[in-house]
Structure formats: C-alpha cells, structure tokens
Design a protein around this ligand. Structure first.
Ligand code: PRP
Length: 215
C-alpha cells in the first residue's frame, strides 16, 4: 500500500456469509481479531501480513452493493442472489465458492402451477429475479413482493408459487412445498468498485490473487 493512500475498505455481508468470509481471511493470513470480537462496532481494522491494514465494514447485502458502487468501499463480499436482484455498476471478479444455494420456483406439492390459462400469482423477496425468470419463459404472472418467510404466501393462499432461495430444502419440506424448477445457482462473490480497480490496480490484484489461492 502506498503511504499517501487511505486503507482499502471492504464491505462484508453480515449474517450467513460472515463466518465463511472470516475463515477465508484467516486462511489468507490476515489478522481477524477485531472481526472475531466486534461488539457493536461497524468499521473494523484487519491486519495484513506485511504490517499494513485495511478496514472491514459489516453491512446488509444490498448495502454492500451500494457502498461498492459509490466507491466508499473498494471491495465487497455479497451473494449472487443480491447481485441478480439489485444489479449495479461494479466488477464481479471472483466466485468465492461458499454460501452455495439456489433460486428455485416452488409450489405446494401436487399443485398444477404450469396448467391452465389463468394468470398465476408468485410471491418473492426477489421480484426482479422472478420477473426475468418468467419473462424468459414468456409467462405472464403477477408477482407480489414479500420481505421474509416467503413460503408462507402459498400456505396462506396469497400466491400459487414462490421464487425463493433454497439451501437444504428443509423449509420447503416442512411446509409441504416442492421445487418445480431450478432458477439459478447462487454463491458468494467478490465485487470491486470500477474506479478503484483502475486507481489501486496493484493492491486490488494482490488481494484478489491472495484470496483466490486460499479458496
Ligand atoms: C432463506 C430462504 C428460505 C430458507 C431456505 O430464508 O428464504 O426461507 O432460507 O433454507 P433451507 O432450504 O435450508 O430451508 P432466511 O433464513 O434467509 O430468512 P427469510 O425467509 O426471512 O429471508
């Protein structure tokens, strides 16, 4: 890192991807003590093996994209699900291989979702993903945005089906739902701010290859 530059800042998605990201940092030889014992702090210092440091920001998935897009964070770790839903201008440079799950279309067992001519209703926390999926099939559906526990929507009679994340499949199974079609595989990705990729090329490339070697 050059002396006149501020430390690089990386935005991490808190929650599901947090533990795997910290393990990856440990394998990369970074000092993650502040991340292990963060209390309520939101900007945390992480030590580099060469004595330098960078800053980690813990944020909600969609905010990781916002921070990287606006350049207040140079890098970000975020799920492909969030990237697919929100899009944005940044480089997606690495598939980190963890946080693996998938988007799927699911419905109550033995339902006839693809039969008949009436417009079906689909609930999803990811309306853009659902829209482009049905768009690609040439199917006209009504999409209702739900913020969480999307599986409830067909159980309550609000929707015929859902487009949601499936990891182990337990939530579907325990609620009498089944996958009708896979929509898209998901895993965690490393994203980079566009200007930063040019301005801090060497630093970014060194960080990315160190990450790649430890996946
Ligand atoms: C996700 C997803 C499913 C569940 C799938 O929800 O929306 O509900 O996990 O996991 P499974 O296949 O292993 O059962 P999450 O726990 O993130 O909470 P949310 O429903 O509030 O979004």
């Amino acid at each position: 890192m050059s002396l006149n530059m501020k430390p690089m800042r990386i935005a991490l998605t808190k929650g599901r991807l947090e533990k795997d990201t910290i393990s990856l940092f440990d394998r990369m030889g970074l000092d993650t003590a502040a991340l292990q014992d963060k209390g309520r702090r939101l900007i945390l210092p992480v030590g580099l093996p060469d004595g330098g440091r960078f800053e980690v920001v813990l944020a909600k998935a969609a905010d990781v994209i916002t921070y990287v897009e606006h350049g207040v964070c140079d890098l970000g770790v975020v799920g492909k699900d969030t990237i697919a839903e929100y899009g944005g201008s940044f480089y997606e440079v690495l598939d980190l291989g963890f946080g693996r799950c998938r988007f799927a279309l699911a419905a109550p067992k033995n339902s006839d979702f693809f039969k008949g001519y009436n417009t079906k209703t689909v609930a999803s926390k990811y309306p853009n993903v659902a829209n482009s999926y049905f768009g690609s099939k040439g199917m006209d559906v009504r999409i209702i945005k739900i913020e969480g526990s999307v599986e409830l929507a067909p159980l309550l009679g609000l929707a015929d089906a859902i487009v949601d994340i499936v990891e182990t499949g337990s939530t579907l199974r325990e609620n009498g739902l089944e996958v009708l079609e896979e929509v898209m595989p998901i895993s965690a990705r490393l994203i980079v701010n566009i200007a930063c990729m040019k301005l801090r090329k060497k630093e970014i490339e060194a960080f990315v290859s160190r990450m790649e070697e430890n996946l």
